[in-house]
Design a protein around this ligand. Sequence first.
Ligand SMILES: N[C@@H](CCC(=O)N[C@@H](CS)C(=O)NCC(=O)O)C(=O)O
Length: 87
Amino acid sequence: MLSSYESVFVSLKPREEKPDWFLSRAPLGMVPVLEKDDVILWDSNIINEYLDEVYPEPHLSSRDPLEKAKEKLTMTLIQKVHVCPSA
Ligand SMILES: N[C@@H](CCC(=O)N[C@@H](CS)C(=O)NCC(=O)O)C(=O)O
């Protein structure tokens, strides 16, 4: 179980208006970003996989490889078509 965390909301302004503290953590200038023990993760799929391994219950993704692959395809479709077509 996740013990404690802090959420920081970032305005998705043009890159030149984003604060330095954010750009120093997000090389592409995009959310989401996860910071833990001085390590920065900045891709939602990688963050999801990390959280799923570190906090396995309740799990985010299926334990069945084919189901997991289908979930990843759905995530890719959502990211590329529905949420962030430019990503
Ligand atoms: N492949 C990246 C895409 C991230 C992404 O596209 N984030 C968008 C919000 S959904 C963003 O930060 N847009 C702000 C910008 O492009 O300036 C991921 O999955 O983390």
